[in-house]
Design a protein. Sequence first.
Length: 238
Amino acid sequence: MSHTPDLVPAAELARRNGMRIPNESDDYRRAREALLVEEIELRRHIERVAEQRRALPPGGAVTGDYRFEGEHGPLDFAGLFGDKPTLVVYSYMFGPQRQRPCPMCTSLLSAWNGEARDVEQRVALAVVARSPIERLLAFKRERGWRDLKLYSDINGNYSRDYFAVDADGGDGDQAAIHVFTRRDGTIRHFWSGEMGFETADPGQDPRGAPDLMPLWTILDMTPEGRGSDWYPKLDYPG
């Protein structure tokens, strides 16, 4: 891990902030400055965690019989990389047993669709589900996703090995995100989201850190917050 430079204390950085909102009270400014200190510390902690993640030792080699079908035909796991050395795979909860896909996954992927071309300047991004490719592409057209690459897990092996189906042997889907690398001809697992029900804090839905969904990032900035009884839907009246 690289040497962390000496940092100016967060409280001092907060005092350098010259922003003042029209008609704010002294009480508001004191509370906002205290919050700004915490936000600076949070930013620094996010970077420390990202640095620790980047320093992980090599993960397990990818050796399974993984076969996929994309918009342009069949391909193996290496084919998901394209010309990139790193691959991000999101397992979409849209298996053949579902009438419609998971609304939460769909909300996330709708946001990612807008970033997909930018992401793919640096790494490959693949969305994998167990439904037939024709079904996945029909829903892609319905949602207006232009830039996401969707793939059908033809034999289901990838989904079973990488925690995208129920652990108890059932046929239910689980959302999952994994990062893989291809270095010197060897494909390895690099990182995966491992925060779920077992790691959730009291009163909170399971969530990762950082949160993958821009939706929650925006709502966390509001007085209403995420709430405890609202979740995205595939469509809304009106």
